[in-house]
Write a protein that binds this ligand. Structure first.
Ligand SMILES: NC(=O)c1ccc[n+]([C@@H]2O[C@H](COP(=O)([O-])OP(=O)(O)OC[C@H]3O[C@@H](n4cnc5c(N)ncnc54)[C@H](O)[C@@H]3O)[C@@H](O)[C@H]2O)c1
Ligand SMILES: [Zn+2]
Length: 351
């Protein structure tokens, strides 16, 4: 097990490849009350949830994106109230990114903030959603529009969870892993190039190394820039077009799949504007295809995608802002791209 420090508004550690139950027992020793929020389909896998002398409360939450709603928050606040949760108590979120986002937000808002611990159970949750302190929920106007920065007090990554994850969700999580490779850690890309997807999935050592490297990338970026100026923006590599296709697909695409398409677009755009070699663009496609991730999107979607690009949080006024790379691990801000360049680049990634 390795402990990766994060120095955000509070300091905490991400324990990679730990036994989450043992780690939680240790943490619970200093608490009187622990609230566990668990994704419904994982409830049975929790088994016995007693934690020594602790008073343990359980809240089962519906699976996936639908849980990030005002109705669910109301139910969680009522549960916390009925359980008499105080500022010295702790909430534990067990589930994918949707569960850690919404339970983290409940922790951020109850009594203006109580401690919470993330136990991510998907690959995307382990390498991305649970680290970084962003918590939130959806509004009827869009995804993640309501939220708060509220770092967990620990992140417990137990790779055992991954055994039941669908192949599709594993690949989608790998999209965020290779993103960390492109923006900061060439070794991630080498590992993915030298091992097949099946080899990575079946090897605990390889999976753990990839998770650890990705968490290190995110932890170092977040430690440098907690509340998102440019340093943190690099984590958005591939996300400008990615968010647009995710929304356009009506969330039929997984986030990591949409980011995969977005990274190919960002690479093509950097090449078209003279910043990146064709070889690295080809490397994007080779790696992403080897992970069973999509690298193109419907040609006739462009007219609807272009306005969606302007909803990106990085855009300023009428100015779109992309994260580009000029080499592996070298990021820059890609601005002042004409609509014509965008359209031509989209033609290269669409079919
Ligand atoms: N806070 C952040 O910084 C941040 C970053 C990235 C993504 N997110 C959020 O994370 C969410 C996406 O996360 P996700 O991809 O983990 O999706 P998810 O939480 O919706 O989980 C996907 C599905 O996998 C199931 N599942 C979870 N663990 C499992 C396991 N071990 N075995 C089998 N099935 C399992 C879930 O029940 C769900 O049906 C989105 O809501 C996104 O907005 C947040
Ligand atoms: Zn992402």
């Amino acid at each position: 097990m390795n402990a990766i420090p994060v120095n955000a508004e509070n300091k905490y550690e991400v324990l990679v490849d730990c036994n989450w139950r043992e780690a939680l027992k240790e943490i619970a020793k200093s608490r009187t009350r622990v609230g566990i929020v668990v994704s419904a389909s994982l409830r049975e896998r929790l088994g016995d949830i007693s934690l020594g002398d602790c008073d343990v409360h359980l809240f089962e939450i519906i699976d996936g994106e639908g849980s990030k709603s005002a109705e669910n928050l109301q139910l969680m606040w009522d549960w916390l109230g009925a359980g008499g949760f105080t500022r010295s108590d702790v909430l534990v979120a067990v589930g994918g990114g949707a569960t850690t986002d919404v339970a983290g937000f409940a922790a951020a808002t109850w009594l203006r903030g109580i401690d919470w611990i993330a136990v991510p159970t998907t690959l995307a949750g382990m390498v991305d959603a649970s680290v970084g302190g962003k918590t939130g929920m959806n509004s009827s106007f869009g995804k993640n529009l309501i939220g708060a920065f509220h770092s967990p007090s620990a992140v417990l990554i137990d790779c055992e969870w991954l055994s039941t994850l669908s192949d599709r969700d594993f690949s989608a999580g790998m999209g965020e892993v290779v993103k960390c490779g492109f923006i900061a850690d060439a070794k991630i890309l080498e590992i993915v190039e030298n091992n097949s997807l099946a080899e990575i999935r079946s090897s605990r050592a390889l999976t753990t190394e990839l998770i650890e490297r990705s968490v290190r990338v995110k932890a170092s970026v977040v430690s440098e820039d907690f509340k998102e100026s440019f340093a943190r923006e690099i984590l958005n590599y591939g996300h400008t077009l990615g968010h647009a296709v995710e929304l356009h697909s009506n969330y039929c695409l997984r986030h990591g799949e949409a980011v995969s398409i977005g990274m190919v677009f960002a690479a093509e755009l950097a090449a078209a504007t003279g910043h990146l070699s064709d070889e690295i663009v080809a490397r994007h496609r080779r790696i992403l295809v080897s992970l069973n991730l999509p690298t193109s999107y419907a040609r006739d979607a462009w007219a609807q995608l272009l306005p969606l690009l302007y909803l990106d949080k990085k855009s300023r006024g009428r100015q779109l802002r992309f994260v580009g790379i000029s080499d592996i691990g070298k990021t820059f801000r890609l601005e002042e791209v004409s609509t014509q360049e965008l359209t031509q680049t989209y033609e290269r990634i669409s079919q």
